[in-house]
Design a protein around this ligand. Structure first.
Ligand SMILES: *Cc1c(COP(=O)(O)O)cnc(C)c1O
Length: 329
């Protein structure tokens, strides 16, 4: 029995795990999809799993506001803003954009942020690099107005948030049993990957986990995921063995940059939608699935016989790409 930290329940769990029959046939493997795109509607995706733990801590500390940060179309910021509204908390988002003086239109995730009343501060790429300092500043400004803020790091990716993906692995073990399996997931800030690794270890499963980085590089994610796992081991005195060399990152699929799409990635999204009725997103799951498909095309046994792709959500990210996608349809 895993002892979890305090948690509030907002995600629709357990999410189903489904066979992708036609893709399995095409790719020559048994492909399953863990449908974490179904954790909610406005809440959809992986971030609400981490927020269940982070928002419990915010509540325990008596916070009335949550502050977090991300790219302009951040799924994490949208999930945070929606979950905060569900709990009667306020949200304050630091959103990164090219030119804060001309912020983007209220499209997709931004529309939802605004709809649920998030306060938004647009920050440049340079300012975003010193976000830790900005968090302190904003927290101070809110305190001056007698508001108590709880800071959630980018992506909700820290040791506490990682428990959300320990819970996901526990669901998978209940759903699939303990036959060998390779879990494939998209890595953006590392919390999902760290939680998956912790879950596999805490449950002693004979499973591999392969993260596809959608930004930065392998070295960056080995450090980011390694640090979160090690912090969790320390903070909760977890009785597991871990070495950073165990972290598997499949690098080489960032393409032309974070949140930027190559035509072949968009084609993969289209093909998966048509084969299975499964809607991937352009920023994370589309890239990760494109990586999986490309690697299997080279070596059908690269990930063993049974693969579980974690669909971490992100559907709203498709809408700002409508014009790029349309010519392929
Ligand atoms: C944030 C996000 C990821 C990456 O998860 P991390 O825990 O940040 O690595 C993957 N997919 C989607 C849709 C996301 O929004």
């Amino acid at each position: 029995m895993i002892q979890y930290p305090e948690r509030i329940r907002r995600a629709r769990l357990p999410t189903p795990v489904e066979p992708a029959r036609r893709l399995s046939h095409q790719l020559g493997v048994e492909l399953l999809v863990k449908r974490d795109d179904l954790t909610g509607a406005a809440l959809s995706g992986n971030k609400i799993r981490k927020l269940e733990f982070l928002l419990a801590e915010a509540g325990a500390e008596g916070a009335d506001t949550v502050i977090t940060c991300g790219g302009e179309q951040s799924n994490h910021c949208r999930a945070t803003a929606v979950a905060a509204a569900e709990l009667g908390l306020r949200s304050y988002l630091l959103l990164r954009t090219d030119n804060p003086k001309e912020p983007p239109a209220a499209d997709a995730n931004i529309l939802l942020d605004k709809l649920v009343g998030a306060e938004i501060r647009w920050v440049s790429r340079d300012e975003y690099k010193r976000r830790a300092q900005l968090f302190v500043e904003v927290r101070g400004q809110l305190l001056a107005k007698a508001r108590k803020a709880y800071v959630i790091p980018e992506g909700g990716s820290n040791a506490l948030g990682a428990w959300g993906y320990v819970a996901c692995v526990e669901e998978l073990a209940q759903e699939l049993g303990d036959k060998p399996l390779t879990i494939v997931y998209a890595a953006g800030s590392g919390g999902t990957g760290a939680g998956i690794l912790l879950g596999i270890k805490l449950l002693g499963l004979p499973w591999r986990a392969v993260g596809v980085n959608v930004c930065d590089d392998r070295e960056y994610f080995v450090a980011a995921i390694g640090e979160i796992v090690e912090q969790a081991m320390q903070r909760w005195k977890l009785d597991i063995k871990f070495d950073r060399s165990e972290i598997e990152i499949l690098d080489g699929y960032v393409g032309i940059g974070y949140a930027k799409s190559r035509p072949e990635e968009l084609e993969t999204i289209r093909d998966v939608a048509r084969a299975e009725g499964l809607i991937l997103d352009p920023v994370y799951t589309g890239k990760a699935f494109h990586a999986l498909r490309s690697e299997l095309g080279r070596d059908a046994r690269a990930f063993g016989e049974r693969i579980c792709f974690v669909h971490t959500g992100g559907i709203f990210g498709l809408f700002p790409k409508a014009r790029e996608l349309d010519p392929l349809l």
